[in-house]
Design a protein around this ligand. Structure first.
Ligand code: FES
Ligand code: MG
Length: 574
């Protein structure tokens, strides 16, 4: 019996309140023994048929439950909101903070001593980590695992990545609509999240690199038996963590974030990791800025050869040994804080010291990397992005990383799409497409619309890339020379709002700069004429969001959700 467990304030109560807390639970058939003071473990599942990447998580929850029972805990599964990337409009990102808020409150309001977080699709992983950091009870994450590799006409096809490819093929007349319909089904052929190194796979790896999920968790396919075995291990482990009082605040340290940043560079991870890690750090009270992503990453080569930057997929990464191999290689090169504590109770380095690589083509060695150091996501600054912007170099065309061109400006992504199929569009491949109005407040929700398809006229001529600049995000499965997260966004009057078609812009990634060649006096004149867009909504959640969302450089969290609010037991309800 441990009187200081949170759950004791419910189930250990005598009198009327305790009777209420226990009696109704017994309607599920639990005997009195579950109230004997054992750790009560919440299993937060974001399973939903509206979030297909998370649809199987109830089965993962069953495996976690087994582990909790085995270790002497009392498991209770509860559903959370799910932010499915593919269906939610205007963007799942609009709802990440809502989900984080919901999960945090559910944990605090209930008799939980520890929690296992089941996530999958892009935003669900950061939302749950943000919640866990703010409530700070022992927590282990189990991501749901990637889908099996897509297979179309004998070739591996990657979720997301091939959507852009198929779209371009269709527009260029090299693929028929019927072939596209057929290919859709071949791409997503099992439970799980995107199996490219998109945002979901990246965030699964980030959860592991931060030390918040068991080593090896990130890569097992959703349908692999070992996914369920590791979920069971997590169930056993959380019970011990409650006894050890190992909380997120003991794991989510500055060192953990530096590990995650370097791992993100080594896996060629999504640009979205920057926003999500900034948001999680904001909850954990760790000071982290955009610049913390550039310099540490410069020393790290990209080791993992996965789409969208490379050619393999998550199944291949898993069978090659998974993330522990990457972390071991970084540790051996002195690029990992090996003693950073993880959910195992051991250091990040100890966890992976025995990791073996079974395929050097998929996880390349440090001395012959897939891409050399210095090619990871770069943070840009300049008069067009005083608060910063990012570009994923590994997904860009090397020849465009230094380029001066004419701006072609669109106030919304829709404005661009309305003209991009026009065969007479006034555009050349050396122009720079500027898409604005896609930031956190402007869209709202900072959608993944930045890597717009190229103008049909250029696609037909065989052009495969051109520079795009946007205050929105790009899917982690996307590619191209796309400058993202331009901060401040246009909707709050950032310089992006002042660019006009015909202005010249220079992108210079080696010197980390993004320059609008318009002098300050002219920019001031334009600023004086600028009027802020009408608020998107005067009530409801969207109002709350646009009123309180922070810019991308602060992780686009709500201002009032930063920091920890802890896990004190609230007042009695009866
Ligand atoms: Fe859910 Fe890619 S759409 S993980
Ligand atoms: Mg995505």
């Amino acid at each position: 019996m441990t009187g200081n467990r949170r759950s004791a304030a419910w189930f250990g109560e005598t009198g009327r309140a305790g009777m209420i807390y226990r009696s109704w639970m017994r309607n599920q058939g639990f005997g009195p023994e579950v109230f004997d003071g054992r750790p009560v473990i919440g299993i937060a599942t974001s399973a939903s048929e509206l979030a297909p990447c998370n649809a199987h998580l109830d089965r993962v929850a069953e495996a976690v439950k087994r582990g909790v029972w085995q270790a002497g805990g009392f498991p209770l599964v509860f559903p959370t909101m799910a932010t499915g990337e593919t269906l939610m409009r205007p963007t799942a990102m609009l709802y990440r903070n809502l989900m984080a808020m919901e999960v945090e409150e559910l944990i605090r309001a209930n008799p939980l001593d520890g929690v296992v977080l089941l996530s999958g699709c892009d935003k669900t992983t950061p939302a749950m980590l943000m919640a866990a950091a703010s409530v700070d009870i022992p927590a282990v994450m189990v991501t749901g695992g990637p889908m099996l590799n897509g297979k179309y006409r004998g070739e591996d096809v990657g979720s997301g990545t091939h959507v852009w490819k198929f779209e371009a093929e269709l527009k260029a007349g090299r693929m028929t609509q019927e072939e596209c319909f057929f290919a859709e089904g071949c791409m997503a052929r099992s439970n799980g999240h995107c199996m490219t190194m998109g945002t979901a796979s990246t965030m699964a790896c980030m959860a592991e690199a931060l030390g918040m999920q068991l080593p090896g968790s990130a890569t097992w396919p959703a349908v692999d038996a070992r996914r369920f075995e590791i979920a069971q291990d997590a169930g056993r482990r959380i019970v011990a963590m409650v006894d050890e009082e190992l909380r997120p605040s003991g794991i989510l340290t500055r060192e953990a974030f530096e590990n995650a940043i370097r791992v993100n560079a080594a896996i060629g991870g999504s640009t979205n990791a920057i926003i999500h890690l900034l948001a999680i750090a904001g909850r954990a009270g760790v000071r982290l800025s955009m610049d913390d992503f550039d310099v540490p990453a410069r020393a790290v080569p990209t080791l993992v050869n996965l789409m969208p930057s490379g050619k393999f997929l998550m199944e291949d990464f898993c069978y090659a040994g998974g993330l522990p191999v990457v972390m071991r290689r970084l540790a051996e090169a002195g690029l990992l804080h090996s003693s950073a504590v993880t959910v195992t109770g051991k250091g990040a380095g100890d966890n992976v010291s025995g990791a073996e690589c079974w395929n050097d083509e998929v996880i390349t060695p440090m001395d012959a990397p897939f891409q050399p150091a210095g090619t990871a996501t770069a943070v840009l600054r300049g008069n067009l992005a005083p608060g910063g912007a990012v570009i994923k170099q590994s997904a860009a065309s090397p020849e465009l990383l230094t380029h001066r061109g004419r701006a072609l400006v669109f106030d919304t992504a829709e404005d661009y799409h309305a003209v991009c199929d026009d065969p007479d569009m006034d555009v050349t491949e050396s122009d720079i497409l500027v898409i604005r109005g896609a930031g956190p407040k402007g869209y709202p929700g900072m959608p993944e619309v930045s890597n717009v398809v190229l103008p049909a006229k250029l696609l037909k001529a065989g052009v495969t890339d051109m520079i795009r600049i946007c205050d929105g995000r790009m899917s982690g499965t996307g590619y191209g020379t796309v400058v993202l997260h331009v901060t401040p966004e246009s909707a709050v009057g950032g310089p992006l709002a002042l660019v006009r078609t015909g202005d010249e812009i220079t992108l210079d990634v080696p010197s980390r700069s993004l320059t609008l060649h318009v002098d300050d006096a002219e920019l001031d004149r334009r600023r004086a004429q600028w009027t802020a867009p009408e608020p998107v909504s005067a009530s409801g959640y969207t109002w709350l969001y646009t009123t309180h969302v922070l810019q991308a450089d602060e992780g686009a969290d709500f201002d009032f959700l930063r920091g920890k609010r802890g896990h004190a037991v609230p007042r009695d309800s009866h």
